[in-house]
Write a protein that binds this ligand. Structure first.
Ligand code: NAD
Length: 368
């Protein structure tokens, strides 16, 4: 059998810096855990525009469709701000998401004990938090028709349409149930069935998929506004939350901030299962290319490292190895090592991007 394949698109700004640390971790898994990956690299974003006049070439797009998972750094930078919209760095990322049809966006909110004081909530509310928000990414009010600003009599009207088909709800619900089976086995679905017909259908369809295909997973429903309150009041009550594009946009940002710094947040976007049963998948840190600190060895590589941990768990069925990597990150943070974005406490040891990579590798080595 061939090795699992991974396409690395490091991108712009701090993307290549944080990805360099992940490359060392991938090599470590190949050597020390007998898990060799077939790694290829490509360009995306501004660096692709500089080399080829487009933020993503057809060749790179085709390779992304073939591999088991894509790992992306970040795209963008001020030098590309004046480019035509059609060739802006972000268009490369949008093309990947669209052509791979990545309809389920996974945003974990995980709070490492050592960083609980960075949250704006009380320590006991967030310490040890580990929840996953699954946001529907390719439909809903951001895409529904009709849309626009029209003239009606003597005033203008702004219109957007919330629209979901049953099959769109079914597939994202399945993604959430599958994830729950690999985690705490609980799904909470959030909508506004009290005031929106699309919410009524959402609730019905999620319940049907739960009853017929995932009776072993505990399913509950909550109105999204109540869900927002509960996320701030006692987030640890949740395991997997599944919700639509608009509510997911808001709830995942709110949940992310429960945990502290942008440099810590991984994400995944998953599509339909391929022939080998694995979902199409793109893993990336939530942060951007951070041009203000690029090239200075200040970037926190942990968001990108944790994105690779998600790939191990969700694309390669290596949950125990993902745990090993997350525990290595936890150990390094508990030891007080901090990149610049996490400094502030007394007694912390400042480290560079590669210093953080060294420490995570040492913790991995110690885990053997
Ligand atoms: P940003 O996420 O790049 O940076 C916001 C702030 O957080 C900056 O002060 C930055 O230094 C800090 N930061 C971000 N990641 C960090 C890390 N790993 N370690 C330490 N500090 C970190 O957002 P921005 O400044 O709004 O955008 C910069 C560029 O990135 C823009 O061109 C934007 O379009 C692009 N962007 C790309 C993505 C993506 O590739 N998915 C996402 C957001 C923004």
């Amino acid at each position: 059998m061939s090795n699992p394949s991974l396409l690395i698109l490091a991108g712009d700004g701090i993307g290549p810096e944080v990805m360099a640390e992940v490359r060392r971790i991938i090599d470590w898994y190949g050597e020390k855990r007998d898990m060799p990956f077939d790694v290829s690299e490509g360009l995306v974003g501004g660096c692709s525009y500089d080399a080829h006049g487009t933020p993503l070439t057809d060749e790179t797009m085709a390779r992304a469709q073939e591999v088991d998972a894509v790992l992306l750094g970040a795209v963008g930078g001020p030098q590309y701000d004046d480019l035509d919209f059609s060739v802006k760095p972000e268009r490369g990322l949008l093309r990947l998401r669209k052509e791979m049809d990545l309809y389920a966006n996974l945003r974990p909110a995980q709070c490492f004990d050592a960083l609980a004081d960075f949250s704006s909530l009380k320590r006991d509310v967030v310490a040890g938090l580990d929840i996953m928000i699954v946001r529907e990414l390719t439909s809903g009010i951001y895409f529904g028709e009709p849309r626009g600003i029209i003239q009606e009599g003597n005033e203008r009207v702004g219109i957007n349409t919330q629209r979901y088909t049953e099959s769109e709800i079914e597939r994202v619900a399945r993604s959430a149930f599958e994830l729950a089976r690999r985690r705490g086995n609980k799904v909470c679905s959030m909508e506004k069935a009290n005031v929106m017909e699309s919410g009524v259908l959402w609730r019905e369809v999620v319940q049907r998929i739960g009853d017929t295909e995932y009776p072993d997973v505990e399913l509950s429903h909550m109105y999204a506004d109540a869900g927002a309150m509960q996320l701030c009041r006692w987030p640890k009550q949740f395991d997997v939350i599944v919700t639509d594009n608009l509510f997911g946009d808001l709830l995942s940002d709110a949940a992310a901030m429960l945990t502290g710094s942008l440099g810590m947040l991984p994400s995944a976007s998953l599509g339909a299962p391929m022939d080998n049963g694995r979902p199409k998948a793109l893993y990336e840190p939530v942060h951007g290319s951070a041009p203000d600190i690029a090239g200075q060895g200040k970037a926190n590589p942990i968001a990108c490292v944790l994105s690779f941990a998600m790939a191990l768990r969700y694309s390669f069925d290596k949950g125990a190895e993902a745990d090993r990597l997350e525990q290595a990150v936890e150990k390094v943070l508990a030891d007080g090592l901090r990149t610049a974005d996490l400094l502030g406490e007394e007694g912390a040891t400042p480290v560079s991007t590669s210093g953080m990579g060294d420490a995570i590798l040492a913790a991995l080595e110690a885990s053997l």
